[in-house]
Ligand binder design. Sequence first.
Ligand SMILES: Nc1ncnc2c1ncn2[C@@H]1O[C@H](COP(=O)(O)OP(=O)(O)OP(=O)(O)O)[C@@H](O)[C@H]1O
Ligand SMILES: [Mg+2]
Length: 274
Amino acid sequence: MSADPTYALELIDIQCTFRAKDDASQRYTAVADTTLRIREGEFVSVVGPTGCGKSTLLNVGAGLLQPSSGTVKVFGQPLDGINTRAGYMFQTEALMPWRSARDNVMVGLQYRGVSDADAAAQAEEWLARVGLSGFGDRYPHQLSGGMRKRAALAQTLVLDPDIILMDEPFSALDVQTRQLMENEVLELWSRKKKAVLFITHDLDEAIAMSDRVVVLSAGPATHPIGEFAIDLARPRDVAEVRTHPRFVELHTQIWNVLRDEVLKGYAQQLKKAA
Ligand SMILES: Nc1ncnc2c1ncn2[C@@H]1O[C@H](COP(=O)(O)OP(=O)(O)OP(=O)(O)O)[C@@H](O)[C@H]1O
Ligand SMILES: [Mg+2]
């Protein structure tokens, strides 16, 4: 197999098996037989039922979790340790509550050795780009949920990563704020065209944002069961594109694959809870 640098990120034959906390002899294979490749500049969404293994896959791509087997390549090179070419936006709140919005955006640059003055200037620029000019002195608890997500977005993008990994970044937001943020992400992405791996369980969001949607099966041993090219014209407005006949057609096709997996995933959760 040749190294292909036109792929920003490759997850090849990935398997992730976890040991149970209370009984080390019990194992749970969350992900198996999963190959996922993202080209430079491509926006790929992964959808799948809750608990199927989406965050696990993203953690593998970020180099935060070593797979039990399989290979991760970044621009053609095998990944060893943390993926330093990637920026990561977590599913949960990731701002440090004891730092102001500006200090939160600066922190990654400071780790990289950028001077405080430069870091502050770049942070200010990014705060403005995500609509937070004048909010740099506020602490996370003084910002709304949407503003905190904007700050987290600035925190990720200020580092100018070649690969952007996003794990359900807007799922906690109300619908209107969410659509605004989705459009903002698309606008920012269209300027620099980085590779994006976007995790969501919202099929509308996946179609509206992406070049390609990958559907994962319910766990255990989750793996891709469908892949769809989204041939809707850009630039897109995520709210308007939903009324497009092609959007509706794609939604029907993908939902046909996803529906049974969602039902399986839901049934499993109920069983776990019982
Ligand atoms: N460190 C771990 N140890 C044991 N089990 C784990 C670990 N991480 C994840 N799992 C299990 O692997 C499965 C997949 O988890 P993961 O968080 O990747 O799902 P997800 O698709 O992101 O779910 P959600 O949509 O709810 O965020 C789950 O059953 C989870 O309990
Ligand atoms: Mg998750």
